[in-house]
Unconditional design. Structure first.
Lengths: 268, 576
């Protein structure tokens, strides 16, 4: 018991006094993140269940051309590479190498941002071809076409596509902000602010991302509150916990990519 | 997030940091308690309006005027939602769980104090949002607490289905997020912050029940969140997850190809565990109180733990029994029916152990004990109708009748409320430092027990006679008029029972300021919250961490000096 207590203090939660060894041997923040991920996996699980449910009961279209698949494969590559750089960041943090922790986190954020940008371009292209949700205005130039027919005849297709990928993209965006705060602390806030304003001004108002950009603004506020409440520096545990989140977001994509993209490929 | 170490260095002094945005789990627990108290009175007022409308549909009431049939549907929707989410989920888990889980395991606070505070204020926002639904154009939604589409997904489907329904879904989504934060905190605290010697099998059964409830909440609310997001998309973005091709008032809606059954699957995957989220903390409190006031160890501690775990486990596999009438395959119905009846086994184990705990004990009939016995009584009488409804064949007859209403009000509603009452009378001295009035507590108990049986027992007969639920009035239909006397009797019983609740509230607030001072351990109970001062200091144990040497329920130990051994007492050779 004495050993267990000692070990617990070594990984401790900052509270004075002696405690029983944690049941699964993990410090509180790590347990908390694992529990959040368990719950979030059920949230995504329910969305994927809904996707499979409507897909089984509907004549499902397979509109994705090879360009879409190449694009989403590159996106997948970005996320997989980002998982690798995230592992490197955790290793660097564990040997207290602050410089390289930052570099690897920056690399992870870069891959994440590349994923978001590529995903955004993909969305814009599909919306331009006429794949939209029923109540969204159709682009004027996309009067006819395969995507327009799909939106009309199988409204479940755009609904599940945009629903699942938007939920995932939201998670990636939160992840990039999360890593940015871990890596750069309050220096990251001006970057977020500038991105928010630039994004709002540059993205035309008829584009769906015009409103999506407010995720950055919200992230800015949340990050500022967190930094206000926790003025001390982040340690290796924080990096490891953020890594758990990041790997989970990648893992979710590994379900969405085959289900949403690969199974809806046009086979010629 | 401030680290717990800095939080506990000194208690915050300013009013706002001390009582409003407090990080102290005890203050947050009391905040949850009063939120639930407010919510329960709102919900109770709505149920009173419903009962009056059923019997005197033309009555013009002060303040609310005449109740229209569609208003009746709004009332039942809001009654169900407020009671289930903001009372039965909030009070036992958020209130008492928050206050006593850390103390009972010997921790100075929750693992994540800031998250704890956010969880309460998010719940508070959710409550404000759902109350706002009363005041928007069209009024509150009328789709019931289960929110079945297409009714809940189409804003033209009824008067309350405009902005009110959006607010209803938003409130539930907010509540999901709040519950996730709370559940995560509870589980982490239980796993990581147990004082030295507090092994899992030495935790009080209350801690076990909050812990298992938190696991259920963690897994169930995530699914409801997804379901709610999809419903919001259906309502506001025109998608068709839940809505098939449907015609409302001769107008073809723009939806096609969706399935209302998808909502039912997602909702009940959450909805059935939610029943256990409401009742499990009551089971824990009943175990604690029955053992304490019988002066005997709890009968079959491990069996109690495993029974709660298996109830939680089976709770996730039985959601289909709410959907027997949805055209489900008889084979699936058979599987769901069998699994549902499996839950009867651990429930019976628990009941048997409660009775075994009381058997040949030296019973002390204080108010908490009366409520704990009342809990067991209601749990049995509400539970016995469960196996009836679990049979698909019988469910065809009983589905959507008053039989179901009687069943879930007895077991999920009133039994859980009795758990809350028992916990209030039991822990009030520790929370507020004064004793509640015993005499008025007993009066409150006997009126409430008799009153709730008088309200909900007749519902079983009405249901078997074929009276359907959710009908706004029974006075105009000839074949239902024969059942009207029973409904009238229930309304009178409801008025008396609701009036009796003011005894409780007056007792609560009067005792808070005028009650006799409580000692540190007025009930001679063994668990850790009774070892510390009354009310507990900011870090619960005044700078020391307790060391636990005993199990939670060592009453009547042979050879001991007193008839109980505190968990922190030094180890004895003879004690187990």
């Amino acid at each position: 018991m004495a050993d267990a207590t000692l070990q617990h203090d070594a990984v401790g939660h900052g509270l004075p006094g002696a405690y029983e060894a944690p049941l699964f041997g993990a410090y509180s923040k790590k347990v908390g993140m694992w529990l959040f991920l368990a719950s979030d996996s059920l949230t995504f699980g329910a969305l994927l269940f809904a996707f499979c449910y409507v897909r089984i009961y509907t004549a499902w279209p397979t509109p994705f051309h090879v360009q879409s698949i190449i694009n989403s494969t590159i996106m997948t590559g970005c996320l997989l590479s980002s998982s690798l750089t995230m592992v490197m960041a955790v290793f660097a943090a564990q040997r207290s190498d602050r410089t390289w922790t930052r570099y690897w986190l920056l690399a992870t954020m870069a891959f994440g941002t590349a994923f978001i940008v590529l995903h955004g371009m993909e969305w814009s292209k599909l919306i331009g071809e006429g794949l939209t949700l029923p109540l969204f205005p159709k682009p004027a130039h996309a009067a006819v076409g395969e995507m327009v027919d799909i939106s009309k005849n199988t409204p479940q297709f755009p609904a599940t596509f945009f629903g699942l990928t938007a939920m995932h993209m939201l998670h990636v965006t939160i992840g990039v902000i999360y890593l940015g705060v871990i890596a750069f602390r309050k220096w990251f806030l001006p970057v977020l602010g500038v991105l928010w304003i630039v994004g709002y001004l540059l993205i035309p108002s008829d584009n769906v991302f015009h409103w999506g950009i407010h995720a950055l603004g919200l992230g800015l506020i949340v990050a500022a509150v967190i930094l206000f409440l926790k003025p001390k520096d982040y340690d290796a545990q924080d990096v490891e916990v953020s890594g758990l989140y990041w790997h989970f977001v990648d893992l979710v994509w590994m379900f969405i990519f085959p289900l949403v993209y690969l199974l809806s490929t046009k086979i010629t | 997030m401030a680290t717990p170490a800095t939080v506990h260095a000194h208690a915050p002094q300013g009013f706002i940091r001390k009582y409003i945005f407090s990080l102290d789990h005890k203050v947050i627990g009391i905040q949850y308690f009063f939120l639930a108290l407010t919510a329960v009175f709102v919900g109770m007022f709505l149920s009173l309006l419903m009962r009056i409308h059923m019997i005197w549909p033309a009555a013009v009431l002060p303040l609310v005027g005449e109740i229209k049939p569609e208003t009746y549907l709004s009332l039942l929707t809001m009654h169900g939602t407020i009671m289930v989410f903001f009372v039965l989920t909030t009070a036992p888990q958020g209130g008492f769980g928050n206050y006593f889980l850390p103390i009972q395991i010997g921790a100075p606070d929750m693992a994540f104090p800031v998250l704890n505070m956010l969880s309460f204020w998010t719940t508070f926002v959710g409550f404000i949002v759902i109350l706002a639904a009363f005041f928007v154009t069209g009024g509150a939604p009328l789709h019931g607490w289960t929110g079945y589409p297409p009714l809940s997904a189409l804003s033209s489907a009824g008067p309350g289905e405009q902005l009110g329904a959006d607010l209803w879904i938003t409130s539930i989504a907010i509540f999901c997020v709040a519950s996730l934060m709370g559940a995560l905190n509870f589980i982490t605290t239980t796993l990581d912050l147990r004082a030295k010697g507090m092994t899992m099998m030495r935790m009080p059964l209350t801690v076990w029940s909050w812990f298992i409830t938190a696991i259920l909440g963690l897994l169930a609310f995530g699914v409801l969140l997804s379901a709610g997001i999809l419903l919001l998309m259906d309502r506001n973005l025109g998608t068709s997850f839940y809505v098939p091709l449907v015609v409302v008032n001769g107008v073809v809606m723009g939806h096609k190809g969706g399935s209302p059954l998808l909502w039912q699957h997602l909702f009940w995957f959450f909805g059935h565990p939610e029943v256990y989220i409401a009742i499990l903390p009551g089971m824990g409190v009943a175990s604690q109180i029955l053992s304490t006031f019988s002066r005997k160890p709890i009968f079959g501690y491990r069996a109690m733990v495993y029974a709660m775990l298996s109830i939680g486990f089976f709770g996730f596999m039985v959601w289909g029994h709410h959907m027997f009438m949805s055209g489900m395959s008889p084979y699936s119905a058979f599987a769901f029916s069998l699994l549902t009846m499996c839950i009867g086994v651990p429930s019976a184990i628990k009941t048997f152990n409660w009775l075994g705990t009381m058997y040949k004990g030296r019973l002390r009939f204080h108010t908490p004990m009366l409520y704990a016995i009342g809990f067991v009584s209601l749990f049995v009488s509400g539970g016995l109708s469960g196996p009836f409804l679990a049979q698909p064949i019988l469910d065809i007859q009983l589905h959507d009748t008053y039989f179901v209403v009687g069943h879930f009000h007895l077991i999920m509603g009133v039994a859980a409320i009795f758990g809350i009452f028992a916990a209030t009378y039991f822990w009030f001295p520790k929370m507020f430092g004064r004793m509640m009035n015993e005499t008025w507590g007993r009066v409150h108990f006997f009126i409430t027990l008799a009153g709730t049986y008088a309200i909900f027992m007749p519902m079983h007969y009405l249901g078997m006679a074929g009276q359907t639920r959710r009908y706004s009035q029974f006075t105009e239909v000839a074949y239902q008029q024969k059942l009207l006397p029973l409904q009238t009797f229930m309304t009178y019983a409801a008025i008396i029972t609701i009036a009796a609740q003011f005894i409780f509230v007056i007792n609560l607030f009067w005792s808070m300021f005028k009650g006799p001072k409580a000692s540190d351990n007025p009930w001679e109970c063994t668990t850790l919250e009774w070892t510390t001062a009354t009310p507990p200091p900011h870090d619960n144990f005044g700078g020391v961490t307790p060391v636990v040497n005993h199990g939670p329920y060592e009453y009547g130990v042979p050879g001991a000096a007193k008839d109980y051994v505190m968990q922190t007492d030094p180890p004895t050779g003879s004690a187990h």
